[in-house]
Design a protein around this ligand. Structure first.
Ligand SMILES: [Zn+2]
Ligand SMILES: [Zn+2]
Length: 163
């Protein structure tokens, strides 16, 4: 095997620690972290960008795991249910939860999606959710907001722009 670059090693370490945390969460919720769910999760955790279901399918196929789309969608549903990945509705793509503690705090996240590099970061969005709730209720409307997505430019891309 070819020697690994530092970057490859870093990604591998990050994926491994995400997998460890995800497997703890699955155990806590009494959901099985099957081999297939783990493989799908690893592909999503390997990148900071969001990944579509068919991209996951392609990447796994290249590694010799050929799956039907329905299997990938089922695995993704389990990962969503456990809260270890989120779905970016604007792109219909998935990304690994970067703040695996938020289901416990009950504070809902806001997703910041970079239009240039595709990376997605999460930040606390609870104050925004509260504002939406109260504005909607003032209009006699019962809101059902799960996530707030914001598109824009990430720190790295903003720095490149200035060079
Ligand atoms: Zn999250
Ligand atoms: Zn960016």
């Amino acid at each position: 095997m070819a020697p690994q670059t530092l970057d490859e090693q870093r990604i591998k370490d990050r994926v491994q620690s995400s997998v460890d945390r995800a497997s703890t969460i699955f155990a806590e919720k009494n959901i099985r972290f099957t081999d297939l769910r783990r493989k799908v999760f690893e592909e999503i955790a390997a990148t900071t960008a969001s990944v579509g279901a068919y991209e996951v399918l392609d990447r796994l196929a290249k590694k010799g795991t050929r799956l039907a789309p329905i299997s990938v969608y089922r695995a993704l549903d389990a990962l969503l249910e456990a809260g270890v990945v989120h779905r970016l509705e604007s792109k219909n793509a998935y990304f690994a939860c970067g703040r695996l503690h938020h289901p416990r705090t009950g504070r809902r996240p806001m997703f910041l999606s970079c239009e240039k590099c595709g990376s997605v970061i999460e930040t606390d969005g609870e104050d925004i959710f509260k504002s939406i709730d109260s504005a909607a209720r003032n209009a006699d409307f019962e809101p059902r907001v799960k996530f707030v997505e914001v598109s824009g430019t990430c720190k790295d891309c903003a720095a490149k722009r200035q060079d």
